[in-house]
Design a binder for this molecule. Structure first.
Ligand code: SAH
Length: 244
């Protein structure tokens, strides 16, 4: 039996946003690996082993997934949103780099709807012009790198999507990020807080950065700082296609 390793994105929450190629891969899987809340989205069935693990165990999870695939299992590693956006795809390739004996395992990466795109669609079109995405977690990179990127992205007038804005273990980081963006002259720009997008708990708020407070975000929030030209039309927020 030939094993395979599929790295799949489950989308932001709504079952309708799971692509059909991901659904097919899940239906054919013998083993599913992922962070426990994501694995919980996969219905149990005979012949399927669910390997749920803790948030910080990405490399260990990726190595175990590769090992099982090399032994002949049809393994799917799941992430929320897109697996290449601050998620498991990089962890799998990191594990592969450390264990080149598994280079022949057939690997596929199946894209998903990332939180940034689901959030932007709810608000209108805040990413209609140039934009970037920054992960505010400093688990895997030094905080000064985050600060420098925030400043430079603000200076370049990108719309900025902020992933992992705030967690209980890092309550102060997002407050500092808001201060850096304010000091960079972005106070009048619109900030969108998109909480639990496409789930029953969804909530979207938008206000000028200067009125934003750190406690408006948690780990289920995707934050978008709009560019300086972005405006409202009725209930919609959009970035004009032209910039003067
Ligand atoms: N791979 C995922 C991102 C993982 S990082 C993706 O492509 O979406 C986890 C962060 O993603 C969360 O802290 C939050 O900022 C964002 N996120 C994921 N799902 C979300 C949702 N349904 N609504 C709002 N933000 C979400």
């Amino acid at each position: 039996m030939t094993g395979t390793l599929t790295i799949a994105g489950l989308g932001p929450g709504d079952q309708e946003l799971v692509t059909s190629e991901v659904s097919t891969a899940l239906a054919q899987a013998t083993d599913i690996f992922g962070y426990a809340p994501y694995v919980a989205r996969i219905p149990a069935r005979d012949g399927l082993v669910l390997h749920a693990s803790d948030n910080r165990q990405e490399l260990q999870r990726a190595t175990e997934a590769l090992r099982l695939a090399a032994q002949g299992c049809r393994v799917v590693v799941v992430s929320s949103g897109d697996p290449g956006v601050f998620a498991m795809a990089s962890a799998v390739f990191e594990a592969l780099e450390a264990a080149p004996q598994w280079l022949d395992v057939p690997i596929r990466v199946l894209p998903g709807v990332t939180a940034m795109l689901a959030a932007a669609a709810r608000a209108g079109a805040p990413l209609g012009h140039d934009f970037c995405a920054i992960n505010l977690s400093d688990n895997l990179k030094p905080w000064p790198v985050i600060e420098a990127r925030l400043r430079l992205a603000a200076e370049a007038d990108f719309a900025i999507a902020l992933y992992n804005p705030r967690s209980t273990s890092r309550p102060e980081g997002f407050e500092r990020a808001l201060q850096i963006l304010t000091d960079a002259g972005c106070g009048d720009r619109i900030m969108i807080f998109a909480h639990a997008v496409t789930t029953p708990a969804e909530r979207i708020d938008a206000l000028p950065l200067r009125a934003a407070r750190a406690d408006m975000a948690d780990m289920r929030t995707l934050v978008i700082l709009c560019n300086s030209a972005t405006r409202r039309i009725g209930r919609w927020i959009y970035a004009p296609r032209r910039m003067s």
